[in-house]
Design a protein around this ligand. Structure first.
Ligand code: FAD
Length: 512
């Protein structure tokens, strides 16, 4: 970028200069020193205006936003990736797991087609290899999409492993051992995180999977024990149970989806248990032994110790930020236990070096990484954009889905709010009955003084789509009255949220 160029701020960018940052999520901000001024040459002496290290949903989105800005203001953008475009999310996370869930759900629909009067003649079965091939096709298509977007925005995709050697230089080693030193005015670190194996004594070797193995599963095990009742554990529990595995989920905390509202967790546990998944909360695996081709796990629960046996163990918890061997120590870039320290502008303690996404260890979600990427990129071009974590949607894509935004009832009470709470069962809606979707709960939480929406929590069909209304409400600081007066289309599942808002306002129409 030429120094005499001025940045024309779009209204969208001006409007978003927010300082609203959740201190719990940020934690370390206060302790971050003022950025040290990096040794800078004039920008024209760098090969790149902005270089991004890692092409996950944080890094590739940051690169595209930087590409858009560079198109206006000059300078080249590059993105270094040692594996595949799309990172964990596209290759081992969000997307492959959702294809597997969709495959399993379709199989279940066909198995239960007669509930809706549909006749299926002959045996209903599945071809797991074909299902996995479809998953692979979706992933490769989307990977190609990112490559095309890079071309469109003139972003150089640099294959290889990168390491910062000074605040303006990354050394890249490609898979043939070739070295290239890349200089850039701005650097965005987006190296993500990786699955790790929990150290359970005896548990190692054959048929111990992490989520990386599960998305590439070559077969459906007859039985499995899943360690972790969070998003990853429950999504695979849904998939493999629906495909015929006997599944047990172990959760250390006293509820599944431990960060979510207790009422929603209870309903999710009820729904998943009804499908045949055995859920054990307050349970931890103490040791494991391989006996005659089976895993035997010693499980400690509040009631004592018991033994569980299964063909396979899936570790659904445990990820580590990728912060080793990328030059952080050498450059004095500060880290904490969970990842790289950044301020609300996504800046590290070196002024021109930013970090985003899972490698910062804040909130490990793809959509958070992407928004952080957009903000970091804009800050590279002279803007002053701060992340706002008040309205972060969090979804578990089981069937039914579990979705949440804002404060849980417990958190809101702990923060001293006097609450108005509304609840509604979506299964009683006409549309839910029409599509044969029963069960579930919607819960909304508002502050009784000003009516501000503080949280919304859903377990039920299409929860991920329904939630967005509440995400926007929290982001725009809408009140209970605003939401209760909003006309919702009939017949839709969105009416469940409307009824819950009416309930919180004290006048729910369709509640017995
Ligand atoms: P990553 O996606 O981890 O990308 C980092 C990239 O950097 C990788 O491609 C890596 O190869 C590259 N890299 C690392 N070091 C170097 C280096 N030195 N040089 C070059 N390249 C390097 N989130 C959701 O929001 N929704 C979901 O439904 C969801 N489902 C998930 C399901 C599973 C099974 C898992 C494991 C995760 C899921 N997540 C989901 C989480 C989501 O995948 C991550 O939060 C997201 O991928 C983080 O993005 P990122 O860009 O920070 O890092």
């Amino acid at each position: 970028m030429e120094s005499n160029q001025t940045l024309v701020r779009s209204p969208m960018i001006e409007g978003a200069l927010t300082t609203d940052v959740n201190p719990i999520l940020i934690g370390q901000i206060d302790s971050i020193a003022q950025p040290e001024e990096a040794t800078r040459m004039s920008s024209s002496s760098y090969e790149f205006e902005t270089i991004v290290l890692g092409a996950g949903p944080g890094g590739y989105v940051a690169a595209i936003r930087a590409g858009q800005l560079s198109a206006e203001m000059g300078g080249k953008v590059g993105c270094i990736e040692k594996e595949f475009l799309g990172g964990t999310c596209l290759n081992w996370g969000c997307i492959p797991s959702k294809v597997m869930i969709a495959n399993a759900e379709r199989y279940q629909h066909v198995l239960h087609a007669k509930d809706m009067g549909v006749q299926v003649n002959g045996d209903v079965g599945y071809d797991f290899a074909a299902m996995q091939a479809r998953k692979e096709k979706v992933v490769t298509t989307l990977r190609g999409g990112i490559a095309n977007l890079f071309k469109k925005h003139k972003i150089e995709h640099i294959g290889g492993t990168g390491k910062l050697v000074d605040p303006n230089t990354i050394e890249v080693i490609d898979d043939k051992g070739g070295k290239r030193a890349i200089t850039a005015k701005n650097i965005i670190i987006a190296t993500g995180s990786r699955a790790i194996k929990l150290p359970i004594p005896g548990l190692d070797g054959e048929n111990v999977w992490t989520s990386d193995d599960a998305v590439n599963a070559p077969f459906v095990p007859k039985s499995m024990i899943i360690i972790g009742g969070g998003a990853v554990g429950l999504e695979f529990a849904y998939v493999f149970n629906a495909m015929g595995s006997k599944v047990v989920v172990l959760e250390l905390m006293d509820q599944i989806v431990p960060t979510m509202d207790a009422d929603i967790a209870k309903e999710a546990e009820r729904q998943l248990s009804r499908q045949g998944i055995k859920i054990m909360t307050g349970a931890s695996a103490k040791s494991a032994e391989r006996v005659k081709g089976q895993w035997q796990l010693q499980i400690e629960t509040g009631k004592g110790v018991e033994m569980l046996e299964a063909e396979l163990v899936l570790l659904g918890v445990g990820r580590k930020p990728n912060i080793e061997n990328i030059g952080l120590e050498e450059l004095g870039i500060k880290t904490h236990q969970r990842g790289i320290e950044v301020d609300p502008f996504m800046r590290t303690n070196i002024a021109n070096v930013f970090a985003i996404g899972d490698c910062t260890g804040r909130i490990q979600l793809a959509h958070v990484a992407s928004m952080e990427g957009i903000f970091a990129a804009e800050n590279c071009y002279g803007l002053s954009r701060q992340m706002d974590y008040k309205a972060v949607p969090n979804v578990v894509y089981t069937v039914p889905e579990i979705a949440s935004v804002g404060l849980t009832e417990k958190e809101a009470k702990e923060q001293g709010y006097d609450l108005r709470i509304g609840k509604f069962q979506p299964g009683s809606l006409g549309r839910a009955m029409a599509v044969n979707e029963r069960g579930g709960i919607v819960k909304v939480i508002a502050d009784s003084k000003y009516g501000e929406i503080l949280g919304a929590h859903i377990c039920g069909p299409h929860a991920s789509d329904l939630l967005q209304e509440a995400v926007l409400a929290i982001k725009l600081e809408a009140t209970l009255d605003d939401l209760a007066e909003t006309i919702h289309p009939h017949p839709t599942l969105t009416e469940a949220l409307m009824e819950a808002f009416h309930d919180a306002a004290g006048h729910c129409i369709h509640k017995m």
